[in-house]
Design a protein around this ligand. Sequence first.
Ligand SMILES: [Zn+2]
Length: 190
Amino acid sequence: MVVSRLVLVYGSGMDRVSDLGEVDLAELLGLDLSGQAVERVVEIGRRVDRLRVDGDQPGWAVGAAPPAVAQPAAQPVAQPVAQPMVEDQPMAFAFGTVLDRRPGGGDGLEYALDVWRADEDALLVSVAVEVACFCPTGHQTHTAAETAWTATTGGQLVDALDRAVATMTAWAHEANTADDWRKIAKLPLR
Ligand SMILES: [Zn+2]
């Protein structure tokens, strides 16, 4: 299972904001988001920022606005279901951020939260643990863990982001060094 982070180039054709409240999320995401859902997404973004350690500057990468799509018919909010992502599936980037657990250098360890436009009607919220990589193939960084949820309504997006933050919080308590995560993922330590 590989998140299509290869297609993601932070800083290329993207805006960078310090707070999601600066972004027109309804336009960016193409969902029929209520004002309340927008507020909750912004607040969840601030919860992510509160997980940052000293020296890690808040910053969110924001993709280009997707084309307008028809508003989805009202449907009951379903629980987001964690599901594997298809390797190399092309997805448009919506917004995301990285928690740098080693700001300023050292052995790299990052927790990434990204929201993708999987297709016209679906978003995908992914979280990943990235460590500096010592594999013989040299990936530069290696994904040590990842989880994702799909969302097709504003309510599902809020649920998915809630779960994403809970997952990041648990990760941050579970292991605190890149070597911890390499052991968990059975990656070469050096
Ligand atoms: Zn690797």
